[in-house]
Design a protein around this ligand. Structure first.
Ligand SMILES: [Zn+2]
Length: 159
């Protein structure tokens, strides 16, 4: 989801807000239409309301249009707000697992690590790779690889 106005990847809801500019015998309309995030939506409402109130009224049709826009902007604003309210806020990226959690994540890959160690890969490289793929922190991955390496050494000495 992306805001059409600030282009940030925020939750955004479709909305149309307008203002009228009355010029006695002429009038002009300006609109914002698109999917807006919460802060751009607030900014757009302020923008159009300010201009409706100050520039809107000047003309017979303009007088009516200004009321109409003030009202419909509010309706559209609250509709978009409630739509935004139902959206989940952007999920924070999960922090890498560490400690026992990391060991639990890596446990199923103990065999792979053992194989890689036997093939002569450096424990540091294996740990870095494990940390990256399985989203555990580097220190925990190193500890886990070291523990596999230690048990591997025992197995060899027993043989
Ligand atoms: Zn925005």
């Amino acid at each position: 989801m992306r805001c059409d106005s600030c282009l940030l990847p925020e939750p955004a809801a479709p909305v149309r807000l307008s203002h009228n500019v009355g010029m006695l015998f002429m009038r002009r309309e300006y609109s914002t239409e698109g999917e807006l995030c919460r802060s751009c939506l607030n900014r757009a409402l302020f923008h159009h309301t300010l201009r409706n109130v100050t520039l809107g009224w000047w003309g017979t049709i303009s007088f009516c249009m200004t009321w109409y826009f003030l009202f419909s902007n509010l309706v559209n604003y609250f509709r978009a707000r409630s739509e935004l309210g139902q959206m989940k806020p952007r999920e924070a990226p999960r922090p890498p697992a560490s400690g026992e959690e990391a060991a639990r994540v890596l446990q199923p890959f103990e065999h792979n690590i053992r194989m890689q160690l036997r093939m002569g890969d450096s424990p540091g490289d294996i740990a870095r790779e494990m940390a990256r793929i399985h989203r555990v922190d580097a220190a925990s991955a190193e500890r886990f690889v070291a523990s596999v390496q230690a048990s591997e050494a025992e197995a060899v000495s027993e043989a």
